[in-house]
Design a protein around this ligand. Structure first.
Ligand SMILES: *Cc1c(COP(=O)(O)O)cnc(C)c1O
Length: 491
């Protein structure tokens, strides 16, 4: 069913682009401010700047900086501007990467190499993170064979410093805090983490992927923001995504280090290859020139005043969202956010059902868990959609409060009861089947009911089952179901 080969004869570009336009219609409508993650939309002028810069350096390769002095110059300037913005001083330095995940991978890898030198004699090194930290840290420790230990949060969703203190041992090389964390949008107590890092001689990474290019401007506008950058004693590295609130083209982030000695631990070199000496600063080999050029262009285009203007619009929009949420019965904020990342939880209604109602009405909101919630990263594009968002939210809450609750509630309750009563081997099979169904739903017209899915997941006895289910979903998603019919688009 899913066999697909190259077309025997090439197909005309008109037909190809017509088919691409058509299939694109199914994507989330981020251009209309319908998405609350994934795409950070600027205004048309900002868009023009990143598109032109990307195209201009479309074919250039950042792998070899001596072949492209242009890219080398852009990259060094982007890093220098970010070091300056985050108070890295004269010694501060860094690398450009393809995104937050790669930035985090490099910071964790540097910590391991630093550990080998400064805390020698351990087979595996330990990284301590809040449970709210981005999964890129799990990924990094998985790839680099390090032990990730997760510290609980206090009731305000910030990491519990006492718990972190207890977890530190002689193998610990890295502590992590987020500014802000993604699930509830609060900044971890970075200053306290800094004190711990200095006392126990560990490194401290601040994950500023989402906040690194917005918090400094909120601060300039007068928001009360706690310390999060290199001005906090003990902070040794920071990740900041340019392709989020930097409004750069996707594929652009920086990982910054306190000094060059630390940065060197993130590097890689191979000198005996018959192909020549090889060295690279990060994970990728070939690096697209477009995102590097676009990041440089947009940063210069906006400047401090431009970013402040954008940040001001975002801040006003966030305040509007907060007020409207407070006025909507049935839902509330999990906690007062520190920046522009909001988490809505249910207040008497099932929030996943509210989410399903919003999906039906064309909004894209991520589902969260522990606690159950909906995620909103508020961006520049959302200033325009406040009215329609809140009228749809009201409708979704009303619906969830009425018949929706009983229906999905029954399904969820049934699944939970069933799972508890089943032998373990059967749970695995059920999970596998549900995973396949779920990925098919996603493939056709979006998940029919995430409420039931999340309800079932809550009832699963072991995390192993859950990992299995999610990997089944992934497997399903990355299996071609039905080739596109390019001939059908003939004009
Ligand atoms: C987005 C994000 C990341 C990961 O960045 P990618 O660019 O998606 O790889 C890491 N941490 C936080 C807090 C984020 O918001």
């Amino acid at each position: 069913m899913n066999s697909k080969q190259l077309p025997i004869e090439g197909i005309s570009s008109e037909r190809i682009f017509a088919a691409m336009e058509e299939i694109k219609q199914k994507d989330i409508r981020w251009g209309e401010g319908r998405a609350f993650s994934l795409v950070f939309k600027g205004d048309p002028q900002m868009d023009e700047v990143i598109r032109r810069a990307s195209q201009m350096f479309f074919s250039e390769n950042g792998l070899n900086p001596s072949a492209f002095p242009s890219l080398k110059q852009f990259e060094n300037e982007v890093v220098a501007m970010m070091v300056n913005l985050l108070n890295g001083g004269e010694a501060g330095c860094g690398s450009m990467t393809s995104g937050g995940t790669e930035s985090i991978l490099m910071a964790v890898k540097a910590a391991r190499e630093w550990g080998k030198k400064n805390k020698p004699g351990h087979a595996r090194y330990k990284v301590i993170v809040p449970i709210s930290v981005h999964p890129a840290f799990d990924k990094a420790c998985h790839y680099f064979e390090m032990d990730l230990v997760k510290a609980p949060l206090t009731s305000d969703y910030r990491v519990d410093i006492e718990a972190v203190t207890k977890l530190i041992d002689e193998r610990t090389v890295l502590l992590v805090g987020s500014a802000p964390q993604y699930p509830q949008g609060v900044i971890d107590p970075i200053e306290k983490l800094g004190e711990l890092a200095l006392k126990h001689k560990t490194l401290l990474h601040v994950d500023g992927c989402v906040g690194g290019v917005l918090l400094p401007f909120f601060k300039m506008l007068g928001s009360d923001i706690s310390g999060f950058d290199f001005s906090v004693p003990g902070v040794t590295s920071i990740s900041a995504d340019l392709h989020k609130y930097g409004y750069a083209a996707k594929g652009a982030s920086v990982v910054l280090f306190k000094n060059k000695e630390l940065r060197r631990h993130s590097y890689f070199a191979s000198t005996d290859w018959p192909g020549g000496m090889y060295a690279s600063p990060s994970v990728l080999g070939t690096r697209a020139g477009g995102p590097i050029a676009a990041a440089w262009a947009i940063m210069n285009y906006l400047g401090i005043e431009g970013y402040k203007r954008v940040a001001s619009t975002i801040r006003t929009t966030v305040n509007e969202f907060k007020e409207r949420i407070a006025k909507q019965p049935g839902v509330k904020l999990a906690v007062e956010p520190d920046m522009s990342v909001l988490c809505i939880v249910g207040d008497g209604v099932d929030i996943y059902q509210v989410g399903d109602g919003m999906t039906k009405r064309g909004w894209h909101l991520d589902r969260q868990q522990n606690p159950a919630g909906l995620h909103l990263t508020v961006t520049y594009a959302h200033a325009e959609i406040i009215e329609s968002f809140f009228s749809d939210l009201k409708a979704s809450v009303d619906e969830a409060g009425a018949f929706g609750a009983k229906l999905t509630g029954m399904k969820t309750g049934f699944a939970k009861g069933l799972i508890k009563a089943m032998p373990k081997s059967m749970v695995g099979k059920l999970v596998e089947r549900e995973g396949k169904n779920f990925s098919k739903d996603l493939d056709s017209d979006g998940p029919k009911s995430t409420a039931a899915m999340y309800g079932m997941m809550e009832a699963l006895p072991g995390k192993g089952d859950l990992d299995g289910l999610v990997l089944d979903v992934l497997d399903g998603l990355f299996t071609l179901q039905k080739p596109m019919d390019l001939k059908g688009n003939q004009q």
